[in-house]
Design a protein around this ligand. Structure first.
Ligand SMILES: Cc1cc2nc3c(=O)[nH]c(=O)nc-3n(C[C@H](O)[C@H](O)[C@H](O)COP(=O)(O)OP(=O)(O)OC[C@H]3O[C@@H](n4cnc5c(N)ncnc54)[C@H](O)[C@@H]3O)c2cc1C
Length: 590
């Protein structure tokens, strides 16, 4: 939504497919990060973790055993490689005095955000574009504003450009009036310290255009926008692994930041678990980098492109942010050392205010030729959907791993697809795929066996609580042979695995019982039929495979391997070969 003083344009970013849950069992949601963190902590407590404040674990600074402990108020401040791991210094405030505890661990995951200390201590550099923009983020409450927007202009994201101020308002919760405002600023003439609570309240009033009575500023923080990816995700002899913003930081345009980080964690968790259990080899850690780093590069470019698309709106209105940056650079380079800082500040703010005058009703009106042509251009950008995009199903769900913990297939085709994606970065439709490396397509299934009633998504086939593999087959003799071999070898390897047998619609009970005799003595299988949906292809059509195909799904729901079962000569040795590749073992499992 983009209100000027009197102009207001809105655009709807909701897709019907989201709410029909066609491509995913879950629809897109807008959820504040601080609420998500609380939920995650609750979930961790539910599985036996406990949070501790510094004074709850005493002030011993020596070698703390961390099992199931979440140390609040601690920061990684030093690392030291040892013969068998890494000694981490965690600093905490003890009655006003900073102290450091030592924690000895085998691995250190740096999930400490865009300004990652762990990344810095590991000496890993970021590559890309730095400091695209400095911003101040203001978290505030105002039920008054929430009520007004719910009534007059319901929306989530408000790009506000007016002659008095410029900012982006994120409405986290209109009902309770919770907002976060982003305001660009230009140091050293404008400093973060200039943004006191009072100044922020004034800016809110300027942007809103009237004075909400109950604005309560909760937090004011500076941040810098970058478009960078860590040159490597793994350092210090496989002892340090970067995850989330520590590994990549994008402009927040398109919702890729947190989502890419969650995907990183999803990719890494099962690999670490199998490594700890002694099932996978250490080199499985490297597949985390080879699978995730290309996704981060792709999402960085996409976020930059999307950010530029968002900025095409102010540029069209005569308020080009690149001009603001150039003016700022000129002042820095030519006047920086000649005139005092406060004069530079006055000059910069004067120039910005002249720029914002382009947004006044005098300029932006239909009677003014310049104003009317700008408004026409603005309308065409919005009508053609060329401004900020908020939904990227093709990229959020359709990314595919080419090299990694999988049994790769048809490389030429994979490369070709990567090229195609590189050249077409705007939001595209998500096309489900069952190619190796893709995320398993979502389809609703109904369990047929009486012991296992219920409807579930194919994405919920593998357990969420432990690393589990699943083999999806049709009830055909050769496919059952592969399934039996897979259950046997998984058992030898102490891997959790299950079979999913997809029966044709309306298969009778007696037939379905066939799986029991085919798969005996194993019982970890489920017989299912798909739930037909109008306008949605069958499972086999969606996957573009035939019923002889079998698909091995990894614990993170990406496809590790697929084949046609009648092509496999020796099921046992084929499954051994596949698991050796997926677990990155140096030699084939015997
Ligand atoms: C304005 C804005 C809007 C955004 N909107 C979206 C969006 O709509 N969708 C989306 O997907 N992403 C969005 N993002 C990006 C998203 O916020 C980040 O990608 C995400 O928070 C990264 O998660 P993280 O856990 O890697 O890092 P963070 O969320 O930064 O968490 C890092 C944690 O590490 C802690 N920490 C820091 N240093 C240390 C240390 N030395 N030792 C121990 N702990 C430490 C911090 O206290 C913090 O708790 C947005 C970002 C911004 C700035």
């Amino acid at each position: 939504m983009m209100p000027c003083h009197n102009l207001y344009y809105s655009s709807d970013h909701c897709f019907v497919a989201d709410f029909d849950k066609v491509i995913s069992p879950i629809s897109v949601a807008h959820f504040s990060q601080h609420k998500l963190v609380d939920l995650l902590l609750k979930k961790l407590e539910g599985i036996g973790f406990q949070t501790y404040l510094p004074d709850e674990i005493g002030s011993s600074t020596q070698d703390l055993v961390l099992e199931n402990k979440i140390l609040m108020g601690h920061e990684c401040s030093s690392i030291q490689l040892t013969d068998d791991g890494i000694l981490v210094g965690a600093s905490f405030n003890n009655a006003g005095r900073m102290q450091e505890r030592k924690i000895h661990c085998g691995l250190l995951l740096g999930a400490d955000g865009a300004r990652s200390t762990v990344r810095e201590l590991a000496g890993i550099n970021m590559k890309g574009q730095k400091d695209l923009q400095k911003l101040v983020s203001v978290h505030f409450l105002s039920r008054d504003l929430g009520k007004y927007l719910s009534r007059e202009r319901p929306g989530m994201l408000f790009f506000i450009f007016n002659p008095d101020a410029v900012g982006v308002l994120v409405a986290h919760d209109l009902e309770h009036g919770e907002f976060v405002l982003q305001i660009p600023f230009y140091p050293p003439q404008q400093m973060f310290e200039d943004f006191s609570t009072k100044v922020c309240e004034e800016i809110i009033v300027k942007l809103v255009g009237w004075e909400p009575t109950d604005v309560q500023v909760l937090d004011i923080k500076p941040w810098a926008m970058h478009a960078e990816v860590a040159e490597k995700y793994i350092g210090c002899n496989n002892r340090i692994i970067l995850v989330g913003d520590a590994a990549h930081r994008f402009p927040p345009a398109g919702g890729f930041g947190m989502n890419t980080g969650v995907q990183d964690a999803h990719n890494l968790a099962w690999k670490l678990c199998l490594l700890q259990n002694g099932v996978a080899s250490t080199s499985i850690i490297q597949t985390y980098e080879s699978e995730r780093q290309p996704v981060a590069h792709f999402n960085t470019e996409l976020s930059v492109e999307n950010f530029k698309a968002a900025m095409s709106i102010p540029a069209t209105l005569g308020l080009d942010p690149t001009v603001a940056n150039s003016v700022h650079q000129v002042i820095n380079s030519s006047l920086g050392s000649i005139i005092p800082r406060n004069l530079q500040k006055t000059l910069l703010e004067g120039l910005f205010s002249i720029g914002r005058a382009q947004l006044s009703d005098y300029v932006l009106n239909e009677k003014n030729p310049l104003g009317s042509s700008r408004l026409a251009r603005l309308k065409s950008i919005l009508d053609e959907g060329k401004s900020l995009q908020l939904q990227f199903p093709a990229e959020d769900l359709g990314f595919r791993y080419e090299l990694g913990a999988l049994d790769a297939e048809d490389c030429a085709e994979a490369t070709c697809e990567a090229e195609r994606q590189k050249h077409s970065k705007r939001s595209r439709e998500y096309v489900p795929s069952a190619k190796v490396g893709s995320r398993l397509p979502h389809m609703l299934m109904r369990a047929l066996s009486t012991s296992n009633e219920g409807v579930f998504s194919t994405l919920d086939l593998v357990s969420g609580d432990k690393p589990e593999f699943a083999l999806i087959i049709a009830p055909l003799k050769e496919s059952y042979d592969l399934a039996r071999a897979m259950l046997k070898i998984a058992d030898e390897l102490k891997l959790s695995a299950k079979i999913c047998v997809i029966w044709p619609q309306g298969s009778v009970d007696a037939k379905v019982r066939g799986s029991r005799s085919e798969l005996a003595p194993w019982t970890n299988y489920v017989d299912v039929e798909e739930i037909p949906r109008a306008s949605v292809n069958s499972w086999w059509e969606t996957c573009q495979i035939n019923r002889k195909s079998v698909i091995l799904v990894r614990p993170d729901e990406h496809i590790a391997w697929r084949t046609e079962s009648d092509r496999v000569k020796d099921a046992d040795s084929e499954i051994r070969r596949v698991f050796s590749n997926v677990l990155c073992l140096a030699t084939t499992i015997q």
